[in-house]
Design a binder for this molecule. Structure first.
Ligand SMILES: CC(C)(COP(=O)(O)OP(=O)(O)OC[C@H]1O[C@@H](n2cnc3c(N)ncnc32)[C@H](O)[C@@H]1OP(=O)(O)O)[C@@H](O)C(=O)NCCC(=O)NCCS
Length: 158
């Protein structure tokens, strides 16, 4: 598996991974509620993903294996992790960990000492395992049960 910077041509396949990951894996967050899913998926469109790939101050990484995109993540130059999604076909194979490692390295390159993110209910245990700690009370996002502010001091092994 390779972790590399996304290019514009990756947008349709990356979009498919994001949408499937949300619909199939994040049931604990959206409870198959169509209203929540509609809001969550509204900006998961190929042309919008392409704009995130091209956006200055933002880095989108993809995990690629067997010529397919298996995971997608993004981080801002300020160290905020804004995406981290794995294909349902590649769950629990180390994809998200590899993507997160890449995003943290990018954040460190930009001079950050800490990464911040809003975790889903689904990914909360994964982030704890990766060394993140809770940073306050859950906040509402897309109308789901809650998103959990978390952060990690960079440069420490987890
Ligand atoms: C939970 C999820 C993020 C984990 O990603 P993954 O690629 O399947 O996980 P990995 O294989 O990289 O797991 C890395 C480590 O975390 C552990 N882990 C994974 N999911 C876990 C969970 N829910 N609870 C506790 N530990 C978990 C793994 O056992 C592994 O442990 P190890 O270091 O001992 O080997 C993913 O399966 C998922 O459901 N994603 C849905 C999208 C989502 O919610 N994204 C987050 C947006 S903020």
């Amino acid at each position: 598996m390779e972790i590399r910077q996304a290019v514009i041509e990756d947008a349709p396949a990356a979009c498919d991974v994001l949408r499937r990951s949300i619909v199939e894996l994040c049931v604990a967050d959206h409870h198959n509620d169509p209203a929540i899913l509609d809001r969550w998926l509204a900006n998961k469109q190929p042309e919008i993903i392409a704009s995130w790939i091209a956006k200055p101050g933002n880095t989108v990484l993809v995990a690629v294996g067997d010529a397919a995109i298996l995971g997608v993540g993004s981080v801002t130059d300020a160290g905020e992790i804004t995406l981290n999604y794995v294909s349902p076909d590649a769950r629990f194979r180390g994809v998200s960990r590899a993507v997160i490692d890449g995003l943290e390295q990018q954040a460190m390159k930009q001079g950050n000492t800490r990464c911040h993110l809003l975790s889903t209910e689904t990914a909360r245990g994964f982030y704890h395992r990766a060394g993140y700690t809770e940073d306050g009370s859950p906040v509402g996002k897309f109308g789901s049960t809650g998103s959990y502010p978390m952060s990690k001091l960079l440069g420490r092994t987890s």
